[in-house]
Design a protein around this ligand. Structure first.
Ligand code: ADP
Ligand code: MG
Length: 353
């Protein structure tokens, strides 16, 4: 149709681009808090407290005793694609940190009010930093603090109308998802004391999750789910294809968890919590052979060579590409078939009921 003019192509305004991209990194309350917890773990913290106000709706804060942030980094701290963890593409192959894209703090600035308090071992006092929505440092003052970092976010999603409405309407649901996600970090972070508190009403502070900083997965499971749940699990340690092993805990036959699919199933790749729908499906399917009424609890860490998996698939890094997923799933199936075979299962369901 010759009456239609070809529209002019022009760049989107910088602030709008920032907000658009930020909304893809920070999807919801759980992903916002997750980024901060991962930063604390990357900073070598052995103690991390997640302090929520009104289930995270009013504010959330992550307080760590990690290495802190040096003053020369203050100005660039919340700038997009500024990171201390990666400088060139090949680094991705050997990456061991949770973060590497330098997007979290910049995105949180775009979507809420961000302040940071931090101190390294070289500073006698801490500094309190305020950032604007484009990630620029706007104020800086001295304050008292131990070595480490506190990041506080208020008014999350104030400028994304749809997300903001969802956030406030579904806050309890978001909170539930957040606790489940924090459980994953609490389980896998060995030697890290992780505490989550929620303050509601007139300063009523409740501890909703607490681990002791033990070096064993077993102790973390007991801290998160309790001894009686732990007693229903058995240790699995499987060598599957070349250089790839799986270890963790699975429900004993006959001692599954609730009837909800995916309830209490946690998968990790090299210690990174991820979604593994195919593995979950496989575990559920084979467990059925031993117990048709319940789903198993599963806490499974896959150790694979860092070059054999790609975590840079989705902005939240929950999805993983394996270079040879087919063979991993095949060997896992063989190994699980043995665990949940009728002969192994015989000591459970019938004898204990
Ligand atoms: P990334 O984690 O991908 O590097 P972020 O935006 O999450 O990007 O963080 C930017 C940088 O800020 C990090 O590379 C790190 O140097 C520093 N940083 C963020 N949080 C902390 C923290 N809790 N302790 C120490 N340094 C931190
Ligand atoms: Mg990060």
């Amino acid at each position: 149709d010759s009456s239609v003019e070809s529209p002019r192509i022009k760049p989107i305004n910088k602030g709008a681009v920032h907000r658009i991209c930020a909304g893809q990194v920070i999807l919801d309350l759980p992903s916002a808090v997750k980024e901060l917890v991962e930063n604390s773990l990357d900073a070598g913290a052995t103690s991390i407290e997640i302090a929520l106000k009104e289930y995270g709706e009013e504010s959330f804060q992550v307080i760590d005793n990690g290495c802190g942030i040096s003053p020369h980094n203050f100005k660039v701290l919340a700038l997009k694609h500024h990171t201390s963890k990666l400088s060139d593409f090949p680094d991705l192959q050997s990456l061991t940190t949770f973060g590497f894209r330098g997007e979290a703090l910049s995105s949180l600035c775009a979507l809420g009010d961000l302040t940071v308090e931090t101190r390294t071992k070289n500073e006698p006092v801490a500094t309190h930093l305020t950032f604007d929505h484009s990630g620029l440092l706007t104020a800086e003052r001295k304050t008292a603090r131990q070595i480490g970092t506190t990041v506080t976010v208020k008014k999350l999603f104030f400028n994304l109308p749809v997300r903001s409405k969802e956030f406030h309407r579904n806050i309890r649901k978001e909170y539930g998802k957040l606790i489940s996600l924090l459980n994953a970090y609490a389980l896998i972070a060995k030697g890290v004391r992780l505490v989550c508190t929620n303050t509601t009403g007139r300063n009523v502070k409740a501890v909703v999750l607490k681990t002791q900083g033990s070096g064993s997965l077993k102790d973390n499971i007991i801290a998160v789910f309790g001894m009686s749940t732990f007693n229903c699990l058995e240790l699995v340690c499987l060598c599957i294809s070349d250089g790839c092993k799986v270890d963790g805990f699975l429900s004993k036959p006959g001692y599954g968890s609730g009837r909800n699919l995916g309830d209490r199933q946690f998968f990790f790749v090299n210690g990174r919590p991820v979604d593994m729908p195919k593995v979950s499906k496989l575990v559920n399917e084979l467990y059925k052979g031993a117990n048709s009424r319940q789903y198993p609890i599963a806490i499974m860490n896959f150790t694979v060579p860092t070059g054999a998996c790609d975590v840079n698939v989705t902005p939240d890094k929950r999805k993983i590409f394996f270079s040879d997923e087919g063979s991993i799933l095949r060997s896992l199936r063989e190994a699980l078939e043995k665990i949940y075979s009728p002969s192994h299962a015989s000591y459970s369901v019938s004898r204990f009921e």
